[in-house]
Ligand binder design. Structure first.
Ligand SMILES: C[S@@+](CC[C@H](N)C(=O)[O-])C[C@H]1O[C@@H](n2cnc3c(N)ncnc32)[C@H](O)[C@@H]1O
Length: 202
């Protein structure tokens, strides 16, 4: 991580109020949200965990189809926005609370999702995060994020090199398979953005 957890949390607390407007500006972000929601495809009694939930874009979109959704993040400011949106939309089966990728603070999950958040971790930290997700024994993990399908164009980074630390698709695929997942779909949204779908090998 290029910043501490506390620094990342403070950074997102500061922009929480404007986050939804700024992110929704990009086609790639919107495409990623749609693909993560589509591939998560929970059953009506499933518990879904959304890690790095932010203002709850994914958690709130999945609430109707799932039994219960838990959103976890390090930024109280981002989660406060998520709670306000849940209340405004009358969504009662979603709960937001503190949790980190490597210590998710989740008791159980049938489906784990994460969108545009894991790229804050280093390669090794992502590997540890994926192991922590596998320990929850979900049948599916859907990861939408900044990730490199080839060599990223240095003049057009889809991320902020001073704070973000995206991995190659190859590294993520290795970490997922080493943790006991089988990669069942790879969606390339952009040469620096994609969605990976991983199923637990039982
Ligand atoms: C770019 S936002 C994405 C939010 C949301 N998933 C979305 O799709 O809009 C990244 C989020 O990851 C959270 N985050 C960063 N590092 C984290 C960590 N180690 N554990 C949990 N959340 C983290 C930030 O606080 C922020 O809310």
């Amino acid at each position: 991580m290029k910043r501490t957890i506390e620094e990342h949390a403070a950074r997102f607390d500061e922009v929480a109020g404007e986050y939804d407007d700024s992110q929704n500006d990009t086609d790639e972000y919107r495409a990623c949200v749609s693909l993560v929601v589509e591939h998560a495809d929970p059953e009506s009694d499933d518990v879904v965990a959304d890690l790095g939930t932010g203002t709850g874009a994914i958690a709130l979109s999945l609430a109707d189809d799932a039994g219960r959704v838990v959103g976890r993040d390090i930024s109280e400011g981002m989660m406060e926005q998520a709670r306000e949106k849940a209340a405004a939309q009358g969504i009662g089966n979603v709960e937001f609370g503190e949790g980190r990728f490597r210590e998710p603070n989740v008791d159980e999950a049938d489906v784990v999702v994460s969108n545009f958040a894991m790229h804050h971790l280093s390669d090794q930290e992502k590997r540890e995060a994926i192991e922590a997700i596998a320990d929850l024994d979900p049948r599916r993990f859907v990861l939408g994020d900044v990730m490199f399908f080839g060599t990223p164009d240095p003049d057009e980074p889809f991320y902020s090199p001073e704070v973000d630390d995206p991995s190659t698709v190859g590294h993520l695929a290795d970490a997922l398979t080493d943790a006991g997942f089988a990669l069942t779909a790879v969606e390339r949204v952009h040469d620096q953005v994609g969605v990976l779908v991983a199923e637990q090998v039982r």
